[in-house]
Design a protein around this ligand. Sequence first.
Ligand code: SAH
Length: 343
Amino acid sequence: MKPVYERFIENPDFTKPDFIELIKCAEDPEAVRRLKEEAVRIREIYYGKKVFTRGLIEYTNYCKNDCYYCGIRKSNTNAKRYRLTEDEIMACCENGYELGFRTFVLQGGEDAYYTDDRMVAIIKKIKEAYPECALTLSIGEKSYESYKRFREAGADRYLLRHETANEEHYRKLHPEKMSVRKNCLYDLKKLGYQVGAGMMVGSPYQTTEDLAEDLVFLKELQPEMVGIGPFIPHHDTQFAKEPAGSVEMTLFLLAVIRILLPKVLLPATTALGTMDPLGREKGLQAGANVVMPNLSPVKNRKQYELYDNKICTGEEAAECRGCMGRRVASVGYELVTERGDAV
Ligand code: SAH
């Protein structure tokens, strides 16, 4: 019988036991080589050499949630809190627009100051100023009604990583239940957002079975985007002493996800670049086709500290844009300015 990775390449319609077997190949160099080769082949069918870019605006680090891994969790009293004003957010967009960004991502903690009314106002303002740009929200768990209002105000996309598809594992990482987050993702889909799910790789207590469930969940949800990156400990959390997730496993899973969801928009994440100076380039060579440079004001960058040693906290957006362009080109791809919607 053919090796499991060849069967996956032929027909990625796998079940949980198949995925478990597949994930066990992550340490087999030939399997990794074949999967990456196939992932790159597929991404080039749909996207050629293009890499899309999203301007990330980390607009608040206040958060009412208490995710055990996250540096901006509410119980971290050492976190220096900030929130951008509407004018500051608009200035980030303006700066980004001039640099060629046509997608803005508003990401933040779950900050009660930003009520639905305030969010709707800011969404409208951005979409009025930049009608040809896509606006992505990454602001956590909200009600169907809230998501609906944001969508009607003009938000196009929503990133909400499911973090782990296994309920028991989820409860080891969060005080709340997982079902909420999964339901949110289905709500967002129903409302016509382009939706992004995803998980941390190597988070504490994660097993191969959990990762297999993540893949089954992604197959079922069929999101337009998938964000994955290695877990990285933060010194002020209870996981401070836990080992970080592996770059190799992240790259392996990027390739698997590209094959599983051929047209998916798949970022090479900052966390991957934090764990390995060439992590993002390696991500692109494993099937990723999106990068998300930071547009946040430099004075606040270090405060949006989800994990330790986060990169790109000292440079102006223009420098990040230039650096990213060179990094993408170094592996034979081209950073483009188009919106980069799901195909
Ligand atoms: N409040 C928003 C944004 C969360 S931050 C929301 O709930 O969706 C964005 C992502 O950063 C999270 O979904 C999580 O997967 C990732 N993240 C948080 N802490 C991390 C850590 N210690 N290591 C790696 N990734 C982390």
